[in-house]
Ligand binder design. Structure first.
Ligand code: UDP
Length: 339
């Protein structure tokens, strides 16, 4: 099949003359999701056109990187003669592409990666049942975020630190992760961008002594931090997010990334986490009231790296998940449609 993967087109915040690529240079969940899914489609022998990430280095001759990042340019390309060979458009852009503006003969589906309702619900796939329920939908397919084990190193021996990897924000629970680490007597390494100064200042004030802020990370440094951590902290909170709805963790890229490295996850039960953390880690309550005993017990009871890795591969392997999407592509090509 010839598949167009549309990523969310975003410019690099520190260098707006460049687009975020697939995989991304730094923080960017959707671009990692697209990278892993593209690996899976290639493994199954499909041809991929990548839209929304100009400047990406193609990983194979079967990948065409389309030079279109502006929303108008993406629509124009989808309607061009170059795109006339395409079978399916799989849209991860979360609303940048209007499905009514692509040719009628192209099969179309999207995957939602935000919290709340998708802008265009037609043929939308969700990353968790919780995300789908929040969108008030109970018929759409649910397909998990996949991970390509070849992109992530497995490490059996862990260091003492706990890791927070993501945007430093209230709904992602960076404060609560710092509270947990402090209660457990562990250092918390916090990697990721910070766009809310007051929030960061509060974390520093209350837990500065056990905190190690390393900023946004990419490349080998990111992989090394994930692989050596005692656990990945994903303490997402049911707080009002920036999109006017209570935060419901949609799919959580870092869970499968950590798990495939053999790094267990400590998560809340917010959104998808209740569905995906059991088996690869421990679920703890929302909030920041952790006693030392409770936090230490959680860390002591974490599953072994080997079993965490095996569970990640069994549940979220990039080829297994690509096959699930392949079936949905065939369904859509055969005329199936849902909202
Ligand atoms: N990430 C990264 N560098 C950082 C912080 C995060 O590469 O400094 C990546 C992380 O590995 C993951 C993504 O950014 O792939 C965050 O995605 P997730 O779904 O966990 O969070 P969200 O997209 O909701 O912010």
């Amino acid at each position: 099949m010839r598949v167009v993967l549309v990523t969310m087109a975003l410019r690099v915040p520190t260098d707006p003359s460049h687009w975020i690529t697939v995989p991304p240079q730094g923080y960017a969940g959707i671009h990692w999701i697209v990278a892993n899914h593209m690996d899976g489609l290639l493994e199954l022998g499909h041809e991929v056109f990548l839209l929304g990430a100009p400047g990406t280095e193609p990983v194979s001759p079967a990948v065409t990187v389309v030079d279109a990042g502006e929303i108008e340019d993406m629509h124009a390309w989808l309607n061009s003669s170059e795109a006339s060979v395409v079978d399916v458009v799989h849209d991860f852009s979360c609303g940048q592409i209007d499905p009514d503006r692509i040719p009628k003969n192209m099969a179309y589906l999207s995957t939602h990666h935000l919290t709340g309702k998708p802008k265009y619900p037609r043929n939308c796939v969700y990353a968790s049942y919780a995300q789908r329920a929040q969108a008030e939908n109970d018929v759409a397919p649910v397909v998990r975020i996949s991970v390509n084990r070849a992109r992530y190193p497995f490490q059996a021996q862990k260091d003492d630190y706990l890791l927070y990897l993501g945007r430093i924000s209230e709904w992602k629970g960076t404060y609560e992760a710092a509270a947990f680490a402090s209660a457990a007597g562990r250092r918390l390494i916090v990697a990721g961008p910070s766009w809310e100064e007051n929030y960061l200042a509060r974390i520093r004030r209350d837990f500065g002594e056990t905190l190690d802020l390393v900023g946004e990370v990419g490349g080998e440094r990111r992989l090394d931090l994930i692989a050596r951590a005692t656990a990945m902290m994903v303490l997402s909170q049911s707080t009002m997010g920036p999109w006017g709805v209570v935060w419901c963790e949609p799919g959580s890229t870092v869970v499968s990334e950590a798990a495939v490295c053999g790094t267990p996850v400590i998560g809340t039960s917010n959104g998808c986490l209740a569905e995906i953390v059991p088996g690869v880690g421990a679920v703890v309550p929302e909030g920041s009231d952790f006693t030392t005993e409770q936090a230490r017990d959680v860390v002591a009871g974490l599953p072994e790296p080997g079993s965490v890795h095996a569970t990640a591969v069994r549940q979220w392997d990039y080829v297994v998940v690509a096959k699930e999407f392949e079936t949905i592509y065939h369904d859509v090509l055969a005329g199936r449609s849902w909202t």
